[in-house]
Design a protein around this ligand. Structure first.
Ligand SMILES: CC[C@@H](C(=O)O)C(=O)SCCNC(=O)CCNC(=O)[C@H](O)C(C)(C)COP(=O)(O)OP(=O)(O)OC[C@H]1O[C@@H](n2cnc3c(N)ncnc32)[C@H](O)[C@@H]1OP(=O)(O)O
Ligand SMILES: [Co+2]
Length: 134
């Protein structure tokens, strides 16, 4: 059911400093920072030849990544994002097999303008999984 690895996300306490590491130290191509108020994060994408790295900084009072950063103040790998052809078909199959879909269970529009959903890390081998419609 899952297809390409769309991105690996890293939660960071300081987005500008993290972007500089990828741009200046690692020599990668980076996108401008974009606020995603519906998701409670500000995002920079690092464009690699075969996938992307998504740097995430908390935005607003109720950011979903704040508790993660409280536990790991230096930051760390937060989620992986896989592409699926049909996010509703994928969601319903996963739910029927007992996986918990986070939030109200309905897709939101993600950073690439496509529908996304998140699966609880306790149902996915301790890893938060994002699904993005291809
Ligand atoms: C920019 C848009 C979009 C895109 O297009 O790419 C994005 O990527 S948005 C990214 C941010 N949005 C989200 O992460 C939404 C989904 N996440 C959530 O709803 C929450 O973060 C969460 C997964 C429910 C966790 O919230 P938290 O407040 O940390 O909950 P708990 O404290 O109850 O944690 C429960 C349990 O799970 C462990 N945990 C939490 N986060 C992670 C994680 N990222 N990876 C692995 N494990 C995680 C946490 O440690 C707890 O474990 P125990 O202590 O053993 O119970
Ligand atoms: Co993501």
């Amino acid at each position: 059911m899952i297809g390409r690895l769309n991105h690996v996300a890293i939660a960071v306490p300081d987005l500008a400093a993290a972007t500089a590491v990828y741009r200046d130290t690692l020599g990668a191509t980076v996108t401008p920072a974009t606020e995603q108020p519906e998701h409670g994060v500000t995002v920079v994408f690092i464009e690699l030849p075969n996938t992307k790295i998504e740097l995430l900084e908390p935005l607003g009072e109720k950011s979903p990544i704040q508790a993660f950063l409280d536990r790991s103040p230096a930051g760390g790998i937060h989620h992986v994002c896989y592409e699926v052809d049909d996010i509703i078909v994928a969601r319903d199959k996963l739910k029927s097999e007992g996986a918990r879909v986070l939030g109200d269970g309905e897709p939101k529009i993600g950073a690439h303008g496509k529908p996304v959903l998140f699966l609880h890390p306790k149902d996915m081998l301790g890893t938060l999984v994002e699904l993005e419609q291809a």
